[in-house]
Design a protein around this ligand. Structure first.
Ligand code: SG7
Ligand code: ZN
Length: 261
């Protein structure tokens, strides 16, 4: 009782220690997707994804996740269609995962949690000049989410994991100049979509979320490799990079639409 304001015993990741993590927003992410409450929208087109592997630039440990970044100065890697009325350029992809397989994804489906979730982050290049501008604006971003589940080895993901030894610690960067992220997508075209936010500060409500229904499969060893990275910089007391997901947010006055019956 002497310390009732302290809601949790665990230390907050530094990313969440500022007031920017309090939003009072009405369109926050992630959410639990309730399949039965989602509404089939026959007007939703298939997603059209066009990625050029040569726009891949580098991989880095940003102290919260590992991020694979792309050259977004051209229209070479773009997504359009689906719920999107504009072209959205690929900026980066990253993952969220748990300390164990029982949790780790940001979104859930009918309360089912996956061990990890991939986010491919794109910005609206028809309306905005750059990623940093689009982050703050209405209809600025489109993030494609893909769940990871335990199963067979994923060879293309392995080519990313093979770079981990050089990005173990915060702020480490390694060149990664040829990669096609569409190899990380399930072949099934089905998705849910809803309007939401970034899941880290600044938590801006600028994101059209597109969550693929089908997960991709990875092995226990591949998930273990994610957990071998560190939140911390070289020389600091080592903290394993795990549990880098935001808790579920209320749906509020929103509808999740589905591309499939
Ligand atoms: C991860 O998730 C990083 C962030 C990302 C954030 O922390 O990938 O990106 C960088 C470059 O640090 O923030 C603005 C942005 O993409 C939140 O992204 S998310 O909403 O898709 N989870
Ligand atoms: Zn994310």
């Amino acid at each position: 009782a002497a310390c009732s304001y302290k809601l949790r015993n665990v230390e907050l990741h530094p990313l969440w220690q500022s007031s920017s993590s309090v939003t009072g927003g009405t369109k926050q992410s992630p959410i639990d997707i309730q399949a039965r409450s989602s509404v089939f929208d026959p007007k939703l087109k298939p997603l059209s994804i066009c990625y050029d592997p040569t726009t891949c630039l580098q991989i880095w440990n940003n102290g919260y996740s590992f991020v694979v970044e792309f050259d977004d100065t051209t229209e070479n890697s773009v997504v359009t269609g689906g719920p999107l009325n504009n072209n959205f350029r690929l900026k980066q992809f990253h993952f969220h995962w748990g300390a164990i397989n029982d949790w780790g994804s940001e979104h859930t489906v009918d309360s089912k949690v996956f061990p990890a979730e991939l986010h491919l982050v794109h910005w609206n290049s028809d309306l905005y000049k750059c990623f940093e501008e689009a982050i703050m604006e209405e209809n600025g971003l489109a993030v494609i989410g893909v769940f990871l589940k335990l199963g067979t080895h994923h060879p293309e993901l392995q080519s990313v994991i093979d770079l981990f030894p050089s990005i173990k610690y915060k702020d480490a960067v390694a060149a990664f100049t040829y990669f096609d992220p569409s190899t990380l997508m399930p072949s099934c075209p089905d998705y849910w979509t809803y309007d939401g936010s970034l899941t880290t500060p600044p938590l801006t409500e600028s994101v059209t979320w597109i969550i693929k229904k089908k997960p991709i499969e990875v092995t226990q060893n591949q998930l273990a490799a994610f957990r071998s990275l560190f939140f911390t910089s070289i020389g600091e007391e080592e903290k394993k990079m795990v549990d880098n997901f935001r808790p579920l947010q209320p749906l509020m006055d929103r509808t999740v639409r589905s591309s499939f019956r």
